[in-house]
Design a protein around this ligand. Structure first.
Ligand code: HEM
Length: 212
């Protein structure tokens, strides 16, 4: 897999890395200062969940950016953005298990198996796990590019489940989760249109080759 062109600015990767940690540091700071509001645990849980979803969408935007804008540099950030989505999903889950439910396993099991928004949240998390574990170059070599790419298409399913998790969680004002779902839908649509076009072009080439 040929590495995409140089990043627009050399500090972009460390800059995005540092920037991705700012919400965590800010939240920890607010937590320590007691300025997180009346229900700090719910605030933290929701903010980490939102960050997980935002980074997942950002990593899924890399290929559409190449297809629509011809930008190849976002592909250099895709792995880091995907790993931050997994990182914040882990922090989100850990906040729920350790801080919110204080390791009350019977309640936890009941929640992630019975409450439907939690079931899809947990399913999204379980999907992110193999993607994070196979995010290394060594995994691409071991699996082979075709199988690796097929596996990492699961990122879209994780995105859909996370959007549904968000939608079912809010119940009343669904505008915000709907907006995230629309962004995810648009990114997926770009991929589907491109896949259909590629398949059609290939079929045409084969037809004209066999006609020749
Ligand atoms: C591991 C399984 C998961 C559990 C147990 C879980 C649990 C929760 C809980 C309890 C809330 C609501 C907190 C409240 O009532 O205030 C929540 C909200 C949320 N979670 Fe999860 N979640 C999980 C996985 C995920 C994943 C993988 C993502 C994204 C990739 C995610 C994204 C969100 C979002 C966006 C919200 C709503 C944030 C808001 O309202 O501002 N969750 N989750």
């Amino acid at each position: 897999m040929a590495p995409p062109r140089r990043l627009p600015v050399p500090w972009l990767k460390p800059g995005v890395f540092a920037g991705a940690l700012v919400p965590l540091v800010a939240l920890a700071w607010q937590g320590l200062n007691g300025t997180l509001g009346a229900d700090p645990v719910a605030i933290a849980l929701n903010r980490f969940g939102l960050l997980a979803l935002i980074f997942l969408l950002a990593s899924l935007a890399a290929t559409p950016a190449k297809l629509l804008l011809g930008w190849t540099w976002p592909l250099r950030l895709r792995r880091m953005l995907g790993l931050f989505a997994f990182f914040y999903a882990c922090v989100h889950f850990a906040t729920y298990v350790a801080v919110d439910q204080r390791f009350d396993w019977p309640v936890l099991w009941a929640d992630v198996t019975k409450r439907k928004f939690m079931v899809v949240g947990f399913a999204a998390f379980l999907l992110l796990l193999p993607l994070a574990l196979t995010s290394t170059d060594a995994s691409v070599r071991r699996l082979g590019l075709r199988r690796w790419k097929a596996l990492h298409r699961l990122a879209y399913l994780a995105g859909v489940l996370a959007a549904v998790h968000f939608l079912w969680r809010v119940k009343l004002d669904i505008r915000q989760p709907l907006l995230y779902a629309l962004v995810l839908g648009a990114l997926l649509l770009v991929r589907v249109v491109d896949a259909v076009r590629t398949r059609r072009a290939k079929a045409q080439r084969q037809t004209s080759a066999s006609a020749a």
